[in-house]
Design a protein around this ligand. Structure first.
Ligand SMILES: C[S@@+](CC[C@H](N)C(=O)[O-])C[C@H]1O[C@@H](n2cnc3c(N)ncnc32)[C@H](O)[C@@H]1O
Length: 212
């Protein structure tokens, strides 16, 4: 167990290396083309990632929900959500990351997940809405400036009393992530209520909020 703490820190620091890619889609796509090959393996090195992510999902996704997973990647979060929700849409910029998810969908015979390859929020069809929206380690790829309007777009995609769940690392530890202050400010500005922040397993952060 003692090896896990430095490994977690290392992982977060490596995420900080992509700070200059924030909001730069071409760079992100190229980065995830390479990273997709060992993404699931590297995430699997820390059991706390999946455990805490699962806890976040269980607290916001409900049976019967139509859910959205922003920056779904290889689908770790999407597939966890698909076990609870009626239907989950995963959107991601990276075709390479999505290919991994699509392979899992086929192999496991999952029939309630759809994928959209493209940039959030522009890639979503007009007029869609969701009961719950989750996002794990993807908001970090938006610039601090973009995040201010991002939460407003998310708010607009939720139904009344819709729930938002975020899983990420803490900006107080690695600068590319949001600090507590930043995430609360952005969520309040977007009109969210019931903002709850929980710091877990050394470096991770779970944020939940509701649309009034
Ligand atoms: C660190 S991965 C997280 C994947 C997954 N959510 C997880 O927790 O394992 C971040 C993902 O966000 C995606 N991403 C970054 N910016 C995006 C955007 N504007 N729209 C859609 N996807 C985006 C990347 O392509 C990448 O697959």
């Amino acid at each position: 167990m003692s090896l896990l703490k430095p490994l977690r820190r290392l992982y977060i620091k490596s995420t900080d290396l992509t700070r200059s890619y924030q909001g730069r889609d071409t760079k992100l796509v190229a980065f995830y083309k390479v990273w997709s090959r060992c993404y699931d393996f590297s995430i699997g090195l820390d059991p706390a990632y999946r455990r805490e992510l699962k806890r976040m999902i269980a607290s916001v996704v409900r049976s019967g929900d139509t859910s959205l997973d922003i920056g779904c990647g290889t689908g770790i979060s999407t597939l966890l959500a698909s076990k609870i929700a009626e239907h989950v849409t995963g959107v991601d910029l990276s075709a390479d990351m999505l290919r991994k998810l699509e392979r899992k969908i086929r192999r496991r015979g999952v029939d309630n997940v759809a994928t959209i390859c493209g940039r959030f929020p522009e890639a979503l069809p007009e007029g869609v809405s969701f009961d719950s929206i989750i996002s794990s380690f993807a908001i970090v790829h938006f610039t601090p400036e973009q995040r201010k309007t991002l939460y407003q777009r998310i708010h607009g995609l939720l139904v009344r009393h819709g729930r938002l769940g975020l899983f990420s690392a803490r900006g107080e530890i690695a600068a590319s992530f949001e600090t507590r202050e930043e995430v609360v400010r952005n969520l309040e500005l977007a009109g969210f209520n019931g903002i709850h922040i929980e710091d877990v397993s050394d470096i991770y952060r779970i944020v939940t909020a509701e649309k009034p």
